[in-house]
Ligand binder design. Structure first.
Ligand code: HEM
Length: 503
């Protein structure tokens, strides 16, 4: 009896506290549109029992129907959706919006750059910025070449066969690339090795996404008692044990080197041929006591997760769109023919920089199908945007998907695939925050330049060797939320050998 009474009393206190807080906060945002909501639980009930596809469809529909900014209550969280470039610019650059929202907690990497609270993130970002500078990236090109060539060779077995999911090749290739450049280790996924590692990464991201959309599972004391938690843990263990083992052995290798080599700083002016592996740069920071073991593990694991999933998806979308638009595919191949002598010529930085049309294709693919359709931040202090003051503690969702399809910005044909949208003269007239596939501001994607270089290397190798076709149409495509925006249909294409020299 006492237990029940205590529970009821605590519940009442919590409710009163919540009502006072809600009353205080609502005065800032009451004038904004909102979907239907129930007392106390707000709109969260609308998401209960919905799967990852329905959740994404519901969220996209809600954002299309309600003018932004709009507000909703998700349990005790006030959530504000925005999509105006001016608002995105304010939010992504505000000191008060540098923290990530509560959903990033479910990635369970509290000290990685991607998830860390602003005070932990700030010094780390400063230290890690240089680990992705131009010369370091340039040193990765031999790894990109090797892995992309392997993918082209592996894909040969699909010649003359029926439709296959091209993304399976791209996921294996980007994982080999990102492990090669991050860990300095050949995981050999494209050679059939460590398949469980790739599966572990994919499945754990799926499980984390399922947790995000299941409100009850947000509470650790409930979630940790579920079967889903045990399965997620198993996949995470698989996904992390390989990199953790490699980190350990690389660390021993690094610290057994002579002292002067450990301290050797990367010479930025050297045209380096040896890849500047990310983990070795972290060991140098470790030696200076600027990072510890947990940070190294979290940083590396999340970098591999993030770098692999995003680049593989964006490149798969680009291939699928090119398969749907043969005339654009041919135009891209014409550009490649002006830069490369043969279908198997190696790529280098100079060649990649002479492929503006290919870059416009990648940008257009990410405009229509942004890998991260929503970005989320937590407001740590009142922040003025165009239509309201965002109160402290609000969760902000930037709808990149709607920003990228806004007809006022992209014109009446915003839903069509047209790489010419990215002609410099057209982009010059648009707001600097009209396009956010890599976010913007101080917390933008650290790997943006890396991603463009790796995606261009993969696409240029594939398009020089194969002609892609598909029976899928843009209107057939169905999407689901799995941390990133994934294609339900899968990236089904057929390939024919391309006669590149005759292009
Ligand atoms: C097409 C490929 C990629 C896309 C679309 C992409 C997109 C993004 C986005 C949208 C963010 C911000 C997320 C947020 O604010 O919630 C981000 C952050 C980040 N990305 Fe990427 N990314 C890509 C590839 C990569 C690669 C290849 C790497 C590294 C090898 C990387 C490393 C990072 C890191 C470290 C952050 C956290 C930055 C910070 O908070 O300071 N990304 N990325």
């Amino acid at each position: 009896m006492i237990v029940v009474l205590t529970f009821v009393a605590l519940l009442l206190i919590a409710l009163v506290k919540f009502s006072i807080r809600k009353h205080r906060i609502m005065k800032y945002v009451r004038h904004l549109p909102a979907p239907f909501e129930y007392p106390v639980i707000g709109s969260s009930i609308n998401f209960v029992g919905r799967n990852n596809q329905q959740i994404l469809e519901d969220a996209l529909k809600m954002c299309a129907e309600l003018p932004m900014p709009f507000r909703l209550w998700f349990g005790h969280h006030l959530v504000l959706f925005v999509d105006k470039p001016e608002d995105c610019q304010i939010i992504l650059n505000a000191e008060t919006c540098l923290d990530k929202s509560f959903v990033y907690r479910f990635l369970q990497k509290d000290v990685a750059l991607f998830t860390a609270p602003a005070n932990v993130w700030r010094p780390h970002r400063k230290m890690l910025n240089s680990t992705f500078n131009f010369n370091v990236l340039n040193s990765f090109i031999p790894i990109f070449n090797e892995k992309a060539n392997l993918m082209v060779n592996n894909m040969r077995k699909e010649l003359g066969k029926k439709e296959f999911d091209v993304s399976t090749y791209l996921f294996a290739c980007t994982l080999d690339m990102v492990c090669g450049t991050t860990l300095g280790y050949n995981v050999g996924v494209q050679c059939g090795k460590n398949q469980d590692y790739l599966e572990g990464i994919e499945k754990s991201l799926t499980m984390i996404a399922q947790r995000i959309v299941n409100v009850l599972h947000h509470f650790d004391f409930i979630y940790k008692r579920t079967k889903t938690y045990k399965i997620e843990r198993q996949y995470l263990d698989i996904a992390e044990s390989l990199p953790n083992r490699i980190i350990q052995s690389k660390k021993e290798e690094f610290f057994s080197k002579p002292e002067q080599e450990q301290h050797k700083e990367f010479n930025e002016n050297e045209n380096c041929k040896t890849p500047q592996i990310f983990i070795e740069q972290l060991f140098k920071l470790y030696k200076k006591k600027l990072v510890d073991d947990t940070m190294i593990k979290d940083q590396v694991n999340l970098l591999i997760f993030g770098g692999n999933d995003t680049s593989a998806l964006a490149t798969s979308h680009a291939i699928l769109l090119l398969a749907m638009h043969p005339e654009i595919q041919e135009k891209a191949v014409k550009e490649l023919a002006e830069v490369y002598e043969h279908e198997d010529s190696e790529t280098d930085f100079e060649k990649l920089s002479r492929l503006p049309y290919l870059e416009m294709i990648i940008k257009e693919a990410m405009r229509l199908y942004p890998v991260a359709p929503f970005l989320s931040r937590k407001c740590s202090g009142d922040t003025q945007i165009t239509d309201c003051v965002i109160p402290e503690d609000t969760v902000i969702i930037l709808s990149v998907y709607h920003l990228h399809r806004n007809k006022d910005i992209w014109g009446a044909n915003a839903d069509r695939f047209d790489p010419e949208n990215f002609l410099p003269k057209k982009m010059a007239k648009r707001h600097s925050c009209c396009y956010l596939p890599f976010s913007s501001g101080p917390r933008n994607c650290l790997g943006m330049k890396y991603a463009y270089m790796s995606m261009k290397t993969m696409l240029s190798a594939l398009l020089r060797n194969y002609k892609f076709s598909t029976s899928l149409k843009m209107e057939d495509l169905k999407w689901k939320f799995e941390i990133t925006m994934k294609l339900v249909n899968t990236h089904l294409v057929t390939i024919e050998k391309r006669n590149f020299k005759e292009t």
